[in-house]
Design a protein around this ligand. Structure first.
Ligand code: Z15
Length: 814
């Protein structure tokens, strides 16, 4: 892709000029942040031309558009990624070099746009990248949170949350689009009016509060194809006219309220991953961006079409989890109230336009809104849901006469709650899980009644990741090596070509090169760890990495208990040979998740003890990387030897970190959970380290009982020792109470939770055995290199390009 704007001299001039117009400075006076701004504006200029062209093309060709509706887009930094996708990274790097500017340092100035928590939000970002790269017309629809995912500090071993003021210096890539602003209404009451002239019943919302939704557009650059799609995220502003009117009426209170609503609604991302908190403000956020996005999508359609009945031929709305599920009722409202359609007409359009992705079976993540809250906030939408439910239950009773059990289990409105997943399934034309195992569990267990009633809706779409960010940008050394070995760059848009690397597993020279690259990446990470943690780690040690959100089901506790066990072993048998290991953790705990925070503290306490024990000769190091986020993740994946994917089987819907490690040549140490199952299928069981209960075994124990952690505690002295060390003060300066809760949760049942409900003690021994296999395998240099290389070679399936193509073919039919 030739672009004259990236010619060195032209680009240098642009940057110099931008420094002048933005900051009234000469280039040499500019600081790094100013350089970041100037470079980004120069890149934006190049993007804008393609952006305009793409829009024109879409207007002309009138394709079906996918609207990817998501509360989260965990985009990560834009500058480097945009340069890569514009195929201008190397050119620009050289141009800046000539100006004495280091592109990497400039990139480091960009705050991570972190409008997401973890897997779900990052998946949305990878999907946008793939949609643009494959040339499909797509919008991401979301919220422009003023504060994204909090910044994590570790103070005295504890997590401390700091606000993420990511817009402090402004965002060079965004465009405010006030011309597309929409009014969003909350609360009040519905007055029913009969219109004599048309004979229609009108539903008028009165006494409501409202805000103005104002969109900001972000360019999503496809790789090397000139396609630039849009991520459209909504900001909230007070409605000024109304405010004045209120002041005149002396309704000062109301005006202030609306100011406050606008300010609070987009203020901050809820920092929960896989957890439903039931907060009213969260529902406001959901309705806010969903309503604005739908109104605009319908407007856009009607601008160039005259028949609203065929909306679904040109627009499809993918709901990323249940968070945007209010969309189905809101679309019904628009069609019924604004377009005056009959129920059946509106229903046909809605059920042909909306589709739902399920991302979890964790009970605590299911959204069930209290009816009183929901109906107060969204009175008209609630009426519509009542009617959807009423009609649906008639169908259920038709299909299962006399079976009131079914009605109870499947109703949308039940027990004083609005069950959002049920609404999504009833109104969606597609329901998909995110890995084969996950989809099977949905069909056989969690959503079984729905599957039996409407099997045609259910399908699987195994997740994927973008190789542009997680190999090209994160691991340029390996990316260049892959290109050289394959003799083509085509893997950048066709990851299945990676299988062409398999033959190099048998090639001594290639293996050595591969491991040399891994070593360099480990040195890069070691330098980062030294700078950020003050801990010296040896790049020749095994880098064993677990980075992901902190959650009990992900079992960071199992990992750290095993580290405690290894430490005991080394102390007990100092003469035994032990291959040096560095255990690297990175994880944010949701701010209110007490037990998760205890686990972070425990990891840091173990690190403190182990790292400072000179008697073990540096055989064991533990590092907790502060503020794990997309930008440092890229570096961490590139440097990993071992990928820890140790969730309790059946709990991790898919996982996507597992795929990023695999792409970068780190074998999986994991359970047969989520997409691990498919990873093992691709790479071969001999090239992974699998342990633990199967998902069927876990689900059987959950259903029928029969697991007693005390039995293991009493019979396995190694387990007993580490569990006791939680309460003997070893890792708490003599304090026996600090980790009492962790101890209790492993051994004691409560009225709410079973003892060791995530089967940590049950899986401990088989995990320790698998870890021993890892050490043994690593000692065999050739064997390890082969295994690592094969992981990279077999990762083709896990590109989000493949995932998106499947969504297009099976669901969206673009
Ligand atoms: C989240 O990050 C995921 C699921 C959720 O329901 C929520 Cl609320 C947040 C994750 C899954 O835990 C993970 O297994 C999956 O890979 C990811 O979504 C993307 O599908």
């Amino acid at each position: 892709m030739y672009n004259p704007r990236f010619e060195k001299e032209a680009f240098k001039k642009d940057v110099t000029n931008n420094i002048k117009t933005l900051f009234r400075k000469e280039l040499h006076e500019a600081n790094l942040q100013e350089l970041y701004q100037a470079v980004s504006y120069a890149v934006k200029e190049a993007i804008i031309d393609d952006w305009i062209e793409t829009q024109k093309k879409i207007d002309k060709e009138d394709p079906k558009i996918v609207y990817y509706m998501s509360m989260e887009f965990l985009m990560g930094r834009a500058l480097g990624n945009n340069l890569i996708n514009m195929t201008a990274y190397k050119e620009v790097k050289e141009a800046l070099d000539e100006l004495g500017i280091d592109l990497n340092m400039v990139e480091d100035q960009e705050p991570d746009p972190a409008l997401g928590n973890g897997g779900l939000g990052r998946l949305a970002a990878c999907f946008l990248d793939s949609l643009a790269t494959l040339g499909y017309a797509a919008y991401g629809c979301g919220i422009r949170y003023r504060y994204g995912m909090f910044k994590q500090k570790i103070k005295d071993g504890y997590q401390v949350e700091k606000p993420d003021n990511w817009l402090k210096y402004g965002n060079p890539f965004e465009l405010r689009r006030p011309e597309y602003a929409k009014e969003i209404r909350f609360g009040g009451n519905i007055r029913v009016e009969y219109d004599d002239t048309t004979g229609k019943t009108l539903f008028k919302q009165e006494n409501y509060e409202s805000v103005l939704a104002v969109p900001y557009d972000y360019p999503i650059v496809g790789y090397g194809n000139g396609q630039v799609n849009t991520l459209r995220i909504w900001d909230a502003e007070p409605i000024v006219d109304f405010q004045l009117e209120s002041f005149e009426r002396g309704d000062y209170h109301k005006a202030v309220e609306q100011q406050n609503l606008a300010k609070t609604i987009v203020e901050v991302l809820y920092p929960n991953d896989n957890h439903y908190a039931g907060k009213e403000l969260r529902l406001k956020q959901q309705y806010f961006f969903v309503s604005a996005s739908l109104q605009l999508a319908v407007d856009k359609y009607m601008k160039s079409h005259d028949d609203i009945h065929k909306l679904y031929e040109k627009a499809t709305f993918q709901m990323n989890d249940t968070h945007p599920t209010v969309a189905v009722a809101e679309l019904m409202r628009i069609l019924l109230d604004d377009y005056q359609l009959e129920w059946n007409e509106a229903w046909e359009i809605t059920t042909k336009a909306c589709a739902y992705t399920n991302h979890t079976i964790m009970a605590e993540a299911l959204e069930k809104w209290p009816i009183d809250l929901f109906s107060r906030l969204l009175p008209r939408v609630y009426q519509i849901i009542q009617e959807i439910d009423r009609r649906f239950l008639i169908k259920v009773r038709e299909m299962y006469p006399g079976n009131e059990e079914k009605v109870k289990k499947m109703a949308i409105l039940r027990d004083g709650q609005v069950k959002m997943a049920h609404l999504a399934i009833v109104a969606g034309y597609s329901v998909n899980g995110v890995a084969r195992l996950h989809t099977e569990i949905l069909k056989k267990r969690e959503l079984r009644d729905f599957y039996e009633m409407m099997p045609e809706k259910f399908n699987n779409k195994t997740n994927g990741i973008t190789q542009r960010r997680f190999l090209m940008h994160g691991n340029p050394l390996l990316a260049d090596w892959v290109t050289e070995k394959l003799g083509t760059k085509d893997w950048i848009t066709d990851l299945s070509l990676m299988s062409g690397l398999k033959k190099y597993a048998e090639d001594d020279v290639a293996r050595a090169e591969f491991m040399e690259i891994k070593f360099k990446n480990k040195e890069r990470l070691a330098k980062y760890i030294l700078e950020h943690n003050g801990i010296e780690v040896d790049p020749r040690s095994i880098f064993d990495v677990q980075v992901k959100r902190l959650h009990e089901y992900k079992r960071q506790l199992l990992n750290i208990l095993h580290v405690m066990y290894l430490y005991n072993q080394i102390k007990q048998h100092p003469e035994k040979s032990f291959y040096p290991r560095t255990f690297i953790f990175g994880a944010k705990a949701s701010a209110g998740y007490v037990r998760a925070k205890e686990i972070i503290k425990l990891i840091n306490s173990v690190a403190e003890v182990v790292n400072n024990d000179r008697s073990i000769n540096g055989k064991l190091k533990v590092v907790f990387i502060e503020d794990y986020r997309v930008s440092n993740a890229e570096m961490i994946f590139a440097a990993a030897d071992v990928s820890e994917q140790i969730s309790t089987a059946s709990k991790e819907a898919s996982g996507t970190g597992n795929m990023k490690f695999m792409l970068n040549g780190a074998p999986t140490l994991g359970t047969m959970d989520g997409a691990n199952v498919e990873i093992v299928e691709e790479v071969g069981r001999e090239n992974a380290f699998i342990f633990g209960l199967s998902s069927d075994e876990v689900m059987n124990y959950e259903k029928h009982g029969g697991y007693d952690p005390y039995e293991i505690y009493n019979n396995d002295p190694d387990v007993r020792r580490v569990v006791d060390q939680l309460v003997d003060g070893t890792y708490a300066d003599g304090d026996t109470e600090r980790y009492r809760d962790l101890y209790n949760c492993l051994l004691k049942s409560t009225p709410y939770d079973k003892a060791d409900m995530y089967f940590i003690l049950k899986d401990f021994r088989s995990y320790a055995d698998a870890q021993e296999q890892v050490e043994k395998a690593y000692r065999n240099k050739d064997g390890w290199a082969k295994m690592a290389l094969l992981n990279t070679a077999c990762c083709g399936k896990f590109s989000s390009d493949r995932t998106i193509q499947e969504y297009v073919d099976d669901i969206w039919k673009l």
